[in-house]
Design a binder for this molecule. Structure first.
Ligand code: ATP
Length: 301
């Protein structure tokens, strides 16, 4: 039994079932009886990062035998790129993240980070190198300081403050009567969705992970907060050498990505830059036009 050093709410449905701040992965896998527990191979070595490239090759995956989620999917994310996965709800975007993290193993195919198959490295090293800014950040029932420090248990006080400053939450915290000692979570102060997201961002900054996932980091926020957070993310990414992966619903928020992967029915149906995808006049174009017409395509001031 091992414990994750990450906020786990990006696991979505699984996480909600667990609903506990600190998750015992052993228990998590017992919940999912359909699949064998994930184990480290006997001589597992720590993952050696070299820029953070990711390769999925002919990966197929199903949670249950009746429904194939990923079908022989292949794609490459070059080191240091900003990429996005888009596609209809339930098409398997978050599943890609779960496979990369090795919460599940694919039924066939291979997944590599910097050339190393994820099933041959230690789980601890794998999870240490991937940061996640989830949709809905869970705060632990402790102080704001500890909540941020969770990104790196060995961080100094100054590093925690620096991370909070970069995520633009430091000033807000300093205005609270108890500042960083403010208790949050279910038994403490409830902070807004935008503020929670900034805590998640602070954790990710502190973690200095070479691969960072933003799981719809801007959904469910008001326009002002969303704009601000997007700007913060861009700024942070420009200062940090890492591979950034966005899982997005609203296309406008990711239209400047280096590569956009369009997922449908378990495969990548289109990939390229925003302009290239628009020119294809395919699924991406349809999604884009639809969102523009509905006015749901991201940011409106
Ligand atoms: P969204 O955009 O709505 O977040 P998504 O593209 O990220 O969706 P996934 O979370 O990857 O979709 O899920 C893909 C499909 O697999 C969904 O239909 C989901 O209901 C199903 N699914 C997810 N987790 C499990 C599970 N543990 N057991 C069975 N089915 C699951």
């Amino acid at each position: 039994v091992f414990q994750l050093s990450l906020p786990l709410n990006f696991l979505g449905s699984i996480y909600r079932e667990m609903s506990q701040a600190v998750i015992d992965m052993g228990t998590l896998f017992q919940l999912e009886n359909a699949k064998p527990a994930i184990r480290e191979i006997h001589n597992a070595k720590p993952l050696k990062m070299d820029g953070g490239s990711i390769e999925f090759k002919n990966v197929s995956f199903a949670y249950t035998p009746e429904r194939q989620i990923l079908k022989d999917i292949s794609f490459t994310i070059p080191a240091g790129q900003r990429v996005a996965f888009v596609g209809p709800s339930g098409c398997g975007k978050s599943t890609i993240l779960r496979l990369l993290f090795r919460f599940y193993d694919p039924d066939s195919g291979s997944i590599k980070i910097d050339g190393q198959p994820v099933n041959q490295v230690t789980l601890e090293s794998l999870r240490k190198e991937i940061g996640v800014v989830p949709q809905d950040t869970a705060l632990f029932n402790t102080t704001l300081f500890q909540n941020i420090k969770y990104g790196d248990h060995s961080a100094t006080e100054t590093q925690v403050y620096e991370a909070a400053k970069k995520a633009r939450i430091h000033d807000t915290i300093m205005k609270l009567p108890n500042q960083y000692d403010t208790q949050v979570g279910e038994r403490g102060l409830m902070i807004s969705g935008g503020e929670k997201q900034r805590v998640a961002l602070s954790r990710a900054i502190l973690k200095r992970a070479p691969i960072i996932f933003f799981d719809e980091a801007t959904s469910a926020l008001d326009t002002h907060t969303e704009n601000e957070i997007l700007a913060n993310i861009r700024e942070i990414l420009s200062q940090q050498q890492c591979t950034a992966i966005f899982i997005a619903h609203r296309l406008r928020t990711i239209s400047d990505a280096d590569i956009i992967f369009v997922l449908k029915d378990g495969v990548v149906v289109e990939q390229g830059r925003h302009e290239e995808l628009l020119a294809l006049n395919g699924i991406y174009r349809d999604m884009w036009d639809m969102q523009e017409i509905r006015g749901t395509n991201g940011i409106r001031d």
